[in-house]
Design a protein around this ligand. Structure first.
Ligand SMILES: Nc1nc2c(ncn2[C@@H]2O[C@H](COP(=O)(O)OP(=O)(O)OP(=O)(O)O)[C@@H](O)[C@H]2O)c(=O)[nH]1
Ligand SMILES: [Mg+2]
Ligand SMILES: [Zn+2]
Length: 346
């Protein structure tokens, strides 16, 4: 059988099978009453292998009866382990992977992932694969926007050639100036959506931009990624947590990446937030190409190997001075370049 890994926890992978949709499974199978289980078995509602009904199957409802009456049809999700050989080969299945899997003999057996199909791309932070687009989420306030982290996500997205949507969330909490500042920096380079996961402002616009793609919500903890996911897919019921008043940071509520279905070909990854990441997988020469607004000027500097820092007659710095490249983004480039050079020294 073929399917997509939608979640992975502690050595288990939850694989959503491909193919026609089937009658929805009971929510949280393991918690079902025995008589309901018996009923489902009698109805032939699950096959071999241990079934894990995902919570998104029947939005906002629970139990078999409701899934029947709601007439909801979904693809089944199977709990699987990975073939032992993957480990030997140093391969780890990732959320978003398209896989081949087999089901065990008994009801309680886990399925077995036997093959991972070639990936379009793969990321370490967050650990996901086959991403078409990154929605980089920053809160305009609470927590304060961390532009260094935003620019690292953007560089990562550019390097892998994925699309980008820049999301400014919590506009209901922030002063208009804070939102405008972020707009001024990012709107010249990327599509920007102003959002409030609290009131739903901007969610339709974001949904439009995500249509037909697999988009990963990425950004620091507490910016509202899971809240946005719940707005986009009301049945997703992703867990959300508040922002600590003491540290002014999120509480790392989402611990595992998970892939949700919005219908059609639209899928959304919710990912755990983190506030800093040191691995910037670009090299010194490459970095300048990962700032799209630099591209028109590359090749016009006096030196071919110009890094746009101190070199004379530099077209990029001229563009910064003349306001054609945002000062903040240039500073971020310079800081990332310094980090890459520093790392190379060791
Ligand atoms: N006022 C306001 N609060 C929001 C908004 N979006 C999210 N929140 C709140 O911000 C807090 C953090 O939201 P989450 O959705 O858990 O954030 P997250 O980005 O998923 O965080 P991690 O899972 O830790 O990475 C919660 O208390 C949300 O209710 C918004 O647009 N406005
Ligand atoms: Mg979350
Ligand atoms: Zn230059």
């Amino acid at each position: 059988m073929r399917g997509t890994i939608v979640k992975g926890i502690a050595g288990f992978y939850y694989v959503k099978e491909e193919g026609p949709r089937q009658a929805a499974l009971p929510v949280s199978w393991d918690k079902q009453k025995p008589e309901k289980k018996a009923e489902a078995e009698a109805a032939g509602r699950y096959g071999r292998g241990k079934l894990q009904a995902a919570k998104e199957l029947v939005p906002g409802e629970s139990g078999l009866a409701s899934s029947r009456t709601s007439g909801s049809f979904e693809r089944r999700i199977w709990q699987c382990k990975a073939r032992g050989l993957f480990k030997k080969e140093g391969v780890t299945p990732a959320v978003g992977d398209l896989v081949e899997f087999e089901l065990g003999e008994g009801q309680e057996d886990d399925g077995l992932i036997t093959e991972i199909l070639p990936r379009k791309n793969q990321f370490i932070r967050p650990p996901i694969a086959n991403v078409d687009c990154f929605a980089v989420v920053m809160a305009a306030a609470h927590p304060k926007p961390n532009l260094a982290v935003a620019d690292k996500f953007l560089v990562m997205a550019e390097k892998s050639g994925t699309d980008v949507i820049f999301c400014i969330n919590k506009v209901d909490l922030a002063k208009p100036e804070a939102v405008e500042r972020l707009m001024a920096i990012y709107a010249p380079v990327y599509p920007v959506v102003c959002l409030s996961g609290a009131s739903g402002v901007g969610v339709e616009e974001l949904k439009q931009l995500m249509t037909g793609k697999r988009t990963a919500l990425a950004g620091p903890s507490g910016v509202g990624k899971s809240t946005l996911l719940n707005c986009l897919i009301p049945g997703a019921l992703a867990e959300t947590g508040d922002v600590s008043h003491k540290t002014k940071r999120g509480k790392h509520t989402t611990r595992h990446s998970e892939l949700f279905d919005l219908g059609g070909k639209t899928m959304i990854f919710d990912t755990p937030g983190f506030t800093s990441f040191d691995i910037l997988e670009a090299d010194e020469e490459e970095l300048q190409h990962l700032y799209p607004e630099f591209l028109p000027y590359l090749g016009s500097c006096r030196y071919d190997d110009c890094r746009h820092i101190k070199e004379p007659d530099c077209a990029v710095r001229r563009a910064v001075e003349e306001g054609r490249i945002c000062q903040q983004r240039y500073a971020s480039y310079a800081s990332q370049l310094a980090q890459i050079q520093e790392k190379r020294r060791y």
